[in-house]
Ligand binder design. Structure first.
Ligand code: HEC
Ligand code: HEC
Ligand code: HEC
Ligand code: HEC
Length: 152
């Protein structure tokens, strides 16, 4: 065998050895326990507390809002769709109430209702966000919990 091939072969052996050593030390212990991932990742996942609670939880204290919402066009939206994740608010209620955001801007409603050629127009009703009752807050006329009901 010519010497340069021998050296190359030696280099290959060294690299493979280095790779196997590093793999041995760097692979987490629980890797491959169940599949091609860390087995412990499942345990870690179980320890996480869900941030979203679902709207049944909101209804326990805000049943008036729930009734209002279910009677109108926003019935299919969950409270947390607009107010964000509720866990911290709910777990804070007994001490100092951490209020969830009240996203009362035209842009917020526009996330779903602004005219957009890429949206099916008969699915969610669309308005021209610039022109539709210019300059006024949407909630001046539409109750966010019940869009066709008088606002307070
Ligand atoms: C254990 C009772 C309880 C639960 C459950 C609860 N809330 Fe509340 N919430 C309160 C209290 C008390 C206040 C403060 C008094 C008030 O403004 O009515 C409040 C205030 C709020 C406010 C702000 C009112 C303001 O004027 O700033 C929003 C928005 C709200 N809650 C939304 C929610 C949502 C969404 C959920 C479900 C994820 C929820 N709440 C679940 C008791 C609760
Ligand atoms: C379409 C978005 C949307 C949904 C869905 C929604 N909210 Fe709201 N909510 C708002 C906005 C916007 C305001 C602020 C209204 C204002 O300032 O006049 C608000 C205000 C509130 C307030 C403060 C009191 C008030 O009358 O201003 C409470 C409490 C509240 N929401 C609870 C809830 C609960 C509980 C649900 C589910 C049953 C819910 N919201 C669903 C958008 C929403
Ligand atoms: C997460 C998406 C979403 C957000 C945010 C949202 N809406 Fe809606 N809205 C809907 C859906 C879904 C419907 C029911 C389908 C429909 O009728 O367009 C609806 C219905 C309506 C309707 C009745 C349209 C009809 O069919 O007669 C009005 C008015 C309305 N929303 C106003 C608002 C206002 C004002 C806000 C802001 C406070 C808002 N919406 C925020 C999704 C949204
Ligand atoms: C000055 C009162 C007023 C304000 C402010 C207002 N609206 Fe309206 N909106 C109405 C009235 C009245 C209608 C029904 C007649 C029409 O379609 O113009 C309507 C209709 C709608 C519809 C149904 C459109 C359809 O095709 O049937 C949606 C969705 C809507 N508004 C969302 C919004 C949003 C989002 C905002 C804020 C960017 C807003 N509105 C601000 C009074 C208002």
């Amino acid at each position: 065998m010519p010497p340069q091939i021998k050296r190359l072969a030696l280099l290959f052996v060294l690299f493979i050895g280095l790779f196997l050593t590093l793999k041995y030390f760097l692979t987490p212990k629980s890797f491959g326990e169940f599949g091609h991932y860390r087995g412990l990742a499942l345990e870690e996942g179980k320890l996480k507390v869900p941030e979203y609670t679902g709207q049944k939880a909101c209804a326990e204290c805000h049943d008036d809002m729930m009734v209002l919402k279910m009677a109108n066009e926003h019935a299919s939206l969950s409270c947390e769709t607009c107010h964000g994740a509720g866990r911290i608010h709910i777990s804070s209620v007994d001490s100092v109430v951490v209020s969830p955001p009240k996203p009362n801007t035209r842009e917020f409603c526009g996330i779903c209702h602004a005219k957009n050629a890429a949206r099916k127009a008969d699915n969610i009703k669309q308005i021209d966000l610039k022109e539709h009752n210019k300059g006024e807050l949407c909630t001046k006329c539409h109750n966010p919990h019940s869009p066709w009901q008088e606002t307070k």
